[in-house]
Design a binder for this molecule. Structure first.
Ligand code: ADP
Length: 363
């Protein structure tokens, strides 16, 4: 054990611990919190006065609490510096109930108020997310290699013959205009539209295959992204009179550009597929489902029949003809790929003529 040096100026010592950029707790032999530093207050979102004197179990997810007093006892029986729960995944819980993975180092400390356990706690959610992402990406890369080859062929090889077709259409329209009958002109217009559509599909497929290629995980504030999306969709929101209501959204560790696109696709769909003559109301928020932070985007739109709820997440699957509602049918496939990259899930619950709610988790 390391007795605190009585000569060390107590104030300096306290300032030092306060300044440490990781969470530090002192726990007494009864398992009660005797001290927490400023970083720990921020990490757990508790005020110091709320924690001092409380059992340390308050910072542990409910399902692990039962066994904890036993661990405290074992520690004080043979106090020595060691990592907590070696080889096991450890989780802590914030005041809001949000869980996060941690690493905890324990050190015995003799203080004037008796023996204590000094716990230093590191939030490893960022690191875990990176690891998980790397693993998922690897799996996904294997699955996507074939698709990416198709996309490559699409970009380099299919575009060329498509350009040729398009050029000859122009030649026919311009140089043979006089000798072509009206029916032939209308065929050429249809061919032009088909060429345009195919061009858009090729580009959409390319974007899909490139999604997440420059990925980098950072701390992302979804509320900020939502403000940007609101700006980008300003026109659509104003012309439809949409009410876009955004609830409290916690920070996440994710690929910012991709998450922004995810919100943008889901919100623009929620507006696009509104009922005629009904003002779209779109709610964005989070809830805890199966102990996971789950984002939702709900609308009061046309809804989706049960038989299509899975199909719509595949590439180029649309329930509407291009002439009815504009779209390429790749938006939700992009959403699925983004969520897959983050190790999450995406699904939709819907009632025809009442509306749909898209849900997603990230890991
Ligand atoms: P796109 O919108 O370009 O057709 P998506 O992949 O984004 O492509 O969507 C696929 C299909 O899912 C859409 O054609 C539409 O029929 C259906 N859909 C998506 N979002 C909604 C929604 N919020 N309400 C009703 N239908 C939807």
């Amino acid at each position: 054990m390391y007795p605190i040096d009585q000569d060390l100026n107590e104030l300096t010592f306290q300032r030092m611990v306060e300044a440490v950029p990781s969470a530090v707790l002192l726990v007494n032999q009864k398992g009660k919190i005797a001290y927490i530093n400023h970083y720990a207050e921020r990490l757990f979102e508790f005020g110091r006065e709320e924690l001092i004197g409380q059992g340390v179990e308050i910072l542990i997810p409910e399902r692990f609490r039962k066994n904890h007093p036993g661990f405290v006892e074992v520690f004080f029986k043979s106090p020595k510096a060691r990592p907590m729960g070696a080889g096991q995944e450890l989780f802590a819980v914030k005041k809001s109930g949000d869980e996060f993975p941690v690493e905890i180092g324990l050190n015995p400390l003799v203080t004037l108020s008796g023996s204590m356990a000094l716990a230093s706690i590191i939030d490893i959610s960022g690191r875990k997310a990176q690891e998980e992402m790397r693993k998922r990406t690897h799996d996904l890369e294997i699955r996507n290699r074939e698709l990416e080859q198709v996309a490559y062929i699409a970009s380099h090889d299919l575009q060329e013959p498509l350009r040729t077709v398009s050029n000859y259409i122009t030649v026919l329209e311009e140089d043979y205009s006089d000798i072509l009958q009206e029916t032939a002109h209308s065929y050429l217009r249809s061919m032009n539209r088909a060429v345009d559509r195919m061009n858009r599909m090729i580009h959409a497929l390319l974007n899909y295959s490139r999604l997440g290629s420059g990925r980098e995980l950072t701390n992302v504030d979804p509320s900020k992204l939502l403000n940007e999306v609101r700006d980008d969709l300003k026109n659509l929101i104003e012309t439809t009179g949409t009410q876009l209501i955004v609830g409290r959204l916690p920070e996440i560790v994710a690929c910012e550009t991709e998450i922004r696109q995810l919100f943008q696709n889901l919100i623009s769909n929620a507006i696009k597929y509104h009922k005629p003559d009904v003002i779209p109301i779109v709610n964005v928020g989070t809830e805890i489902r199966n102990q996971k932070l789950t984002f939702y985007i709900s609308d009061n739109g046309i809804g989706i029949a049960p038989e299509y709820l899975t199909r719509i997440f595949f590439i180029f699957q649309r329930l509407h003809r291009a002439e009815e509602i504009e779209g390429s049918g790749i938006g939700l496939a992009n959403c699925k790929k983004i969520v897959d990259l983050h190790g999450g899930e995406i699904w939709v619950e819907s009632v025809v003529n009442k509306g749909s709610t898209f849900y997603f988790t990230l890991n």
